[in-house]
Design a protein around this ligand. Structure first.
Ligand code: NAX
Length: 332
């Protein structure tokens, strides 16, 4: 039998946590043959609720779930974990700016990153979900110097999946027939959902999405804004931010990272820029990546037209500003 993998979810008593932990326990993140020990961290005010989640996990009698650690102790939560999904933190409520949550999340990320750097299993893989996700990843990296930057990523897969679905809906095909969309940049309203390299599987072979969608105006306008603003729309109608789709995207992200992306297919992940596509090194920026042997690499050599260049630079600019704003708190 395989040794269990320890998966940490911070903020596990929150709404994404509540959707995510059963998915992990069912094998959706790491596969149907991989036993799991779940580590769940939350804070004192949520301790009772966390206990309740633990009880429900027990009641669900998941065959793959070999143990549950539910705690408000950061060190206990981080011990020997192989995968860390960072969802805990101060959420961005309706009407709040991303700028407002950043100062609240710096001390939280400092504590979690230091504890993981010291106590996690070697080669622990980290996924930052808490907003502002890209910049929290910068903060994480700063306070977890012993964790290789290759092992730190942030979630833009939800935006990627939203992009796939918008294209599928427009062409009246299933989302599994659409591949190689890209979300560039920040997980924010400046993100650039890009279908210029996307292809559609049709009965007469692979076709480019750009050719099938004759309406370039739609591709350059409504398509982009619909994806960019999808989170706000969900928040308005549900009175709560996206949770099940975020949890599902977190599973997709980790699964593809550890098990590899299918041949000829890429996904979007927020990773530390190495300067690819002219993006400032050190920014956590969403790129198209392929994964193999538990490592991601940025897809190289894609042709970038003038429209894309402007959008990619605008979202990079926002990340540069967020990063320097974050450093004003990191250096305090
Ligand atoms: P909730 O407020 O429901 O849950 C957050 C949980 O974190 C709470 O249970 C809270 O007690 C806990 N928490 C607070 N401080 C903590 C600390 N110091 N240590 C451990 N736990 C702590 O928010 P939820 O809707 O679950 O969203 C979580 C985060 O995901 C938010 O930052 C949200 O903005 C972000 N999102 C990111 C997305 C992405 O694609 N990157 C999409 C969905 C989501 O909006």
């Amino acid at each position: 039998a395989r040794a269990p993998v320890r998966v940490l979810v911070t903020g596990a008593a929150g709404q994404i946590g509540y959707a995510l932990v059963p998915m992990i326990a069912r094998g959706i993140m790491l596969g149907p043959d991989q036993p799991i020990i779940l580590h769940m961290l939350d804070i004192e005010p949520a301790a009772e609720a966390l206990k309740g989640v633990q009880m429900e996990l027990i009641d669900a009698a998941f065959p793959l779930l070999k143990g549950v650690v539910a705690t408000t102790d950061v060190v206990e939560a981080c011990k020997r974990v192989n995968v860390a999904v960072m969802v805990g933190g101060f959420p961005c409520k309706e009407g709040m700016m991303r700028k407002d949550v950043l100062p609240k999340n710096v001390p939280i990320y400092r504590a979690h990153a230091s504890a993981l750097a010291e106590h996690a299993a070697p080669n622990c893989k980290v996924l930052v979900v808490t907003n502002p996700a890209n910049t929290n990843a910068v903060i994480f990296k700063e306070f977890a110097r012993s964790i290789p930057e290759k092992n730190i990523t942030c979630l833009t897969r939800l935006d990627h999946n939203r992009t796939l679905s918008q294209i599928a809906e427009r062409l009246n095909v299933h989302n599994s027939d659409v591949k190689n969309v890209i979300v560039w940049g920040n997980h924010s309203s400046t993100q650039y959902p890009d279908a210029s390299h996307a292809t559609i599987t049709t009965t007469s072979g692979e076709k480019s999405a750009r050719e099938l969608i004759a309406d370039q105006h739609w591709l350059h306008n409504e398509f982009i804004t619909t994806v960019q603003q999808r989170g706000d729309v969900i928040l308005k109608v549900r009175k709560l931010s996206s949770a099940l789709s975020a949890a599902s995207a977190a599973c997709d992200h980790i699964r593809d990272w550890l098990h590899g992306t299918p041949k000829g297919t890429w996904v979007s992940m927020g990773v530390c820029s190495d300067g690819s596509y002219g993006i400032q090194p050190g920014l956590f920026y969403s790129f198209p990546v392929t994964c193999e042997n538990e490592e991601w690499s940025i897809v190289q050599g894609l042709e970038i037209d003038e429209f894309s260049r402007l959008k990619m630079d605008a979202t990079a600019q926002e990340l540069i500003e967020e990063k320097s704003f974050a450093y004003s708190f990191i250096n305090q």
